[in-house]
Design a protein around this ligand. Structure first.
Ligand code: CP
Length: 324
């Protein structure tokens, strides 16, 4: 692995931070998914906690809104018996002009062991990982339009659980890929797992220009793109990241690209429907699909706890000299 992504691995290939799925070896992704599976099986027990991170302090730094990621990181850290601090950025001294670097140094002085970082600026978790004291792990919980690696891992876990090895599957990603860190990280993760057929479906204004370079086939006609796929991943329109109007209206988008029961029939009979959330009913997904038997959207959320437990356990084990 080269460039900024090299920050996340030790010279012998162990995970010390999780910043991106780009270039992550298949063996490491598989180890993360397998570890998460073991945590998932413990979640059905009356006592869900394990003592792996007892005495460790996890700091959640969410500079951008979140429901699923923030809550599941919080639950995951508690289930690993860590002490968890969630900094409310709106009431923190960031509003008084304190820089990200100085906030970081102050939290280090409080003996934090792991930072979970979400930021609207692409690269912010890399900046932090490059500057933290050795022994502190950094996990990217979503940076700008760049990367959302734990989302990609929980997506891969969900795909593997329901449909088997991604190396045998066709996956279609539908909607606003241009502004989606989820799509970018999932594409890198699917490529890492050897997925032979990744498709992007959407209008030209919502598809990034480098998809061919990433080995992704593009379709502007949804009926062509959905044909015989095993997995359908839907994305919402990320209006907060659009700098100009990129489509006539949400109604128009639903008419052309919204997932309805009849469109879903073009995919394989038992295809699964995924969505990272939050879903916008009647825009990218019809009610009957969101609530239908092929949707695994809430299973993705449950898997997110197990994946985040696995990532925290593995990165801290590497940083602090233990064995996962
Ligand atoms: N999937 C996802 O990142 O959701 P949140 O923004 O609610 O965390």
């Amino acid at each position: 692995m080269h460039g900024p992504a090299a920050l996340q691995l030790t010279p012998d290939g162990r995970l010390k931070h999780l910043l991106t799925t780009e270039g992550l070896p298949k063996s490491l992704i598989t180890e993360l998914l397998d570890t998460a599976e073991t945590f998932l099986s413990s979640q059905g027990q009356p006592v869900k906690k394990v003592p792996l991170l007892r005495g460790k302090t996890v700091v959640n730094l969410f500079f951008e809104n979140s429901t699923r990621t923030r809550t599941t990181f919080d639950i995951a850290a508690h289930r690993l018996s860590a002490d968890v601090v969630t900094l409310d950025i709106r009431t923190s001294s960031a509003s008084k002009g304190e820089t990200l670097f100085d906030t970081l140094k102050n939290l280090e002085a409080m003996q934090a062991d792991l930072f979970v970082v979400r930021h609207s600026a692409g690269g912010a978790p890399f900046f932090i990982a490059d500057r933290v004291t050795p022994n502190i792990a950094v996990i990217n919980a979503g940076d700008g339009t760049h990367a959302h690696p734990t989302q990609a891992l929980l997506d891969l876990m969900t795909i593997r659980k329901h449909k088997g090895d991604p190396a045998n599957l066709s996956v279609a990603i539908v909607g606003d890929l241009k502004h989606s860190r989820v799509a970018r990280s999932l594409i890198h993760g699917l490529r890492g797992m050897g997925c032979p057929d990744i498709r992007a479906i959407g209008p030209g204004t919502l598809l990034p220009s480098d998809l061919g370079y990433l080995g992704v086939r593009t379709f502007h006609c949804i009926d062509d793109g959905l044909r015989d796929v095993d997995v359908v991943v839907l994305l919402r329109l990320q209006k907060e990241r659009m700098t100009s109007a990129l489509l006539p209206s949400e109604r128009e988008f639903f008419n052309l690209y919204g997932m309805t029961e009849s469109r879903l029939k073009l995919a394989k009979e038992n295809a699964i429907v995924m969505h990272p959330g939050p879903i916008n009913r009647g825009v990218e997904i019809a009610n009957e699909v969101a609530d239908g038997s092929q949707a695994v959207i809430l299973d993705q959320v449950t898997n997110g706890i197990a994946i985040r437990m696995a990532v925290m356990a593995m990165t801290l084990s590497t940083q602090q000299g233990g064995h996962s």
